[in-house]
Design a protein around this ligand. Structure first.
Ligand code: ZN
Length: 113
């Protein structure tokens, strides 16, 4: 599953951060997933629980938010945000778009104690 490997790399970053800050445990993690990433929040949270077992992050709260992708519409020359792969420009309906990002996952915040 795609989400498992994403969670494993996220966990590496989280654990490194926790160790560097001499944390006893990780209490919460905020993740942002791009609207075009094809990552399912449910699958992500399920996978996260699995990879966090027996780590500093075991049992931490996971907050997931989806952020829209930014794009440029060539037809009406404006910067727009895109929520879905098959969506056109919200202004003119064009699909002649250059999309920047929105297809990845980022750690936004880590809470430790
Ligand atoms: Zn447009």
């Amino acid at each position: 599953m795609h989400e498992i490997s994403l969670c494993q790399s996220a966990l590496e970053i989280i654990e490194r951060y926790a160790r560097e800050n001499r944390a006893r445990r990780v209490t919460a993690v905020w993740l942002e997933i791009g609207a075009l990433s094809c990552i399912e929040a449910d699958a992500l949270s399920f996978s996260f629980d699995i990879v966090c077992r027996d780590t500093l992050a075991e049992g931490c709260r996971l907050h997931i938010s989806t952020i829209p992708a930014r794009a440029w519409c060539w037809d009406c020359s404006s910067a727009i945000s895109v929520e879905r792969h098959d969506a056109g420009c919200p202004n003119c309906g064009s699909r002649n778009l250059r999309v920047d990002g929105g297809d990845d996952m980022q750690i936004k915040q880590i809470e430790i104690e």
